[in-house]
Design a protein around this ligand. Structure first.
Ligand SMILES: [Zn+2]
Length: 622
């Protein structure tokens, strides 16, 4: 599947990167750019920058960046084609896919999706129509799941009988190498292929877009060998810990209600959805991962945790609280009577009673202090101090100062303590967090500096001022002003740039410009396949290497176009002076080498001409 370049351009032009990223990241304006907290690494002070003018983003912390497609690809973990499709849907641009042209990588991913689809359909058929699927049907009947739910969530069954899926795949001539990668079949040491999920209930796992990306197989009866669950391995289309079960079905409802209910298991989720409670996702592990929280934050920042009331469930809640607070979530925790989980509870007591429990959900502070209280930690003073320290820890993760001080007041009031005391505990906790963060930040900075040095090593014979002139020229090329670009290419060649890195960038721009007669920064950036060059360029465009203080003064002006061209002339002149300096130097070296008087005279004449030209340029520039 391939999408034409014009379409890719058309779609990109019909949106603003600021609008799109704003859906996921809170941005605020600073100067020409927008800044916010980076969604790709953990940070408390914003280093994530978006340029409306250039339609690209860049993070000074983790160095991620690119155009709007790149953002969606990284954020959603989707392919380029999917990112284009997602934007096309948003903007209403009609995408006629040209399927006859091959895009190998994308085709390969599509084949994995297709195989998962075929397998899901196969397992579903075994559950719904095969005589041998009786035991599985019975299981779901006992768990009170109806046909509609089984269908909507694509539930299935893998027969116990000898390698029925392998046989099916052979019959259909499916690609066994890919089936192995997907973990749908296994291979013995002797090379014999076998079913990976025999005798198991199959839960297909969907991507947020609703595609089958993995499977979870649950033991139907205790006699089945292996653990309670067997899951897909990581594959080209599935990364563990980045998926929330049920999200593709729940996302609209979550947006509508403005809140998500988080449960532990598949069956919990299915039971709630069948009872018309649809804003539910399952973590299907023990606690939230950071990536799951990030994924969820696209739809809401409000959650109610509804984990089992056993020790494992409480632990999972406690750990989830920190991850959620760290990403600015509002958290409520609902508890069910001991021994019940959402699945068993709603089937026994019905929807109304269930919603009653949801309504009684506590905020995380109430929940945690109740927990410590129940554990007897407030009975002696030593343990009380420990409990308070534990309670203050999550408060340190709250970024909103007002919310934080409200919480401090609550804690102080509840335990009859002076606020000052709590505050000093809180400050300690905050210090610990920021220590951790700055050391992380430092590490990434060091890495960037090393890469930076690789470039400068090659350029150490060239003066810093000269390099800055070249950088300014490259920046000018990316200002999106046709006149400016034209002027530069009329006056300078690619070879005039002194280091290879700059030459490569200028060459690409020149090719792009001669083909399109304009400069689309965000598209052009995609043409730099070498990540180091792309990063260098992005940092340059976001002013990391800017020494010239003129730059900022130049642009916000109403006559900026005029000023920009003037400035371009000035920089091009500087560049020419640099080039002349080189020629003059070379000329003097040559002069020392020749003995012939006539040649000497010619060289002196040439040298004088060069010097006059240089002088004129200097006069012009002043
Ligand atoms: Zn970042």
């Amino acid at each position: 599947m391939r999408i034409s370049e014009q379409k890719i351009e058309q779609i990109k032009l019909s949106v603003s990167i600021v609008d799109i990223i704003s859906e996921f990241v809170q941005l605020r304006k600073r100067g020409k750019n927008y800044i916010g907290l980076c969604p790709f690494h953990n940070e408390k002070t914003p280093s994530f920058t978006v340029s409306e003018e250039k339609q690209i983003f860049h993070c000074f912390g983790c160095h991620s960046g690119g155009n709007v497609y790149k953002f969606l690809m990284e954020y959603d973990k989707i392919s380029f084609v999917e990112a284009v499709q997602e934007l096309a849907e948003k903007t209403g641009v009609d995408l006629e896919l040209e399927t006859n042209v091959h895009d190998e990588q994308q085709n390969e991913l599509e084949e994995y999706y297709e195989l998962n689809n075929i397998a899901a359909k196969y397992f579903s058929d075994q559950l719904l129509v095969n005589n041998d699927g009786e035991s599985a049907r019975k299981y779901f009947e006992e768990r009170k799941l109806n046909l509609k739910t089984l269908r909507v969530f694509g539930l299935g069954y893998s027969l116990i009988s000898n390698n029925s899926f392998v046989n099916f795949a052979e019959e259909k001539e499916l690609d066994f190498n890919r089936l192995l990668t997907l973990g749908l079949v296994g291979k013995s040491e002797k090379g014999r292929l076998y079913d990976r999920y025999p005798g198991r209930i199959i839960f297909p796992i969907f991507s947020p877009n609703g595609r089958v990306i993995a499977f979870a197989g649950r033991k139907l009866d205790e006699g089945t060998p292996g653990g309670k669950y067997i899951n897909s391995p990581e594959t080209p289309i599935y990364i563990k810990g980045r998926i929330l079960y049920g999200l593709s079905h729940a996302k609209d409802e979550i947006r509508k209600k403005g809140i998500a209910i988080i449960v532990e298991g598949y069956m919990d989720l299915l039971a709630l959805v069948q009872n018309e409670i649809k804003n539910v996702v399952a973590v299907s592990g023990t606690a939230f991962t950071e990536e799951q929280v990030r994924l969820l934050s696209r739809y809401t920042k409000n959650v109610t945790l509804l984990f089992d009331s056993d020790a494992a469930g409480i632990n999972a809640s406690m750990r989830s609280i920190e991850i959620l607070l760290d990403q600015d979530f509002e958290i409520k925790i609902a508890t069910l009577p001991k021994g019940e989980d959402p699945d068993s509870f709603i089937n026994k007591f019905g929807k109304t009673k269930f919603q009653g429990h949801l309504a009684k959900a506590q905020n995380f502070f109430e929940y945690q202090s109740a927990y410590y209280e129940a554990a007897g930690m407030f009975n002696d003073s030593g343990k009380t101090a420990e409990a308070i320290r534990e309670l203050v820890k999550p408060a340190a993760l709250i970024k909103d100062e007002l919310k934080r001080s409200l919480l401090i007041k609550t804690i102080a009031k509840k335990f009859n303590l002076r606020e000052m005391l709590i505050e000093s505990e809180l400050n300690k906790a905050i210090k610990n967090i920021s220590k951790l963060e700055t050391s992380q930040q430092r590490r990434t900075n060091i890495k960037a500096n090393i890469e930076q040095n690789e470039f400068s090593k090659k350029s150490n014979s060239i003066s810093l001022i000269h390099l800055q002139t070249e950088r300014d020229l490259i920046k000018l090329l990316f200002e999106g002003d046709v006149e400016v670009v034209k002027y530069i290419f009329d006056n300078l060649n690619v070879e005039d740039f002194s280091i290879e890195l700059h030459q490569e960038i200028v060459r690409k721009v020149s090719n792009h410009f001669s083909q399109k007669e304009n400069i689309d920064v965000s598209l052009l950036l995609d043409e730099f396949i070498d990540e180091k060059i792309e990063l260098y360029l992005r940092e340059l465009l976001f002013d990391k290497h800017s020494i010239s203080s003129k730059w900022e003064e130049l642009l916000p002006d109403s006559q900026s176009e005029f000023k920009l061209l003037n400035y371009t002339v000035e920089v091009v002149n500087k560049m020419k002076i640099n080039l002349l300096d080189k020629l003059i130097q070379k000329n003097m070296q040559n002069l020392e080498l020749v003995d012939n008087e006539e040649e000497k005279f010619e060289l002196i004449k040439l040298g004088n001409e060069l010097k006059t030209e240089r002088l004129n340029l200097i006069k012009e520039t002043k």
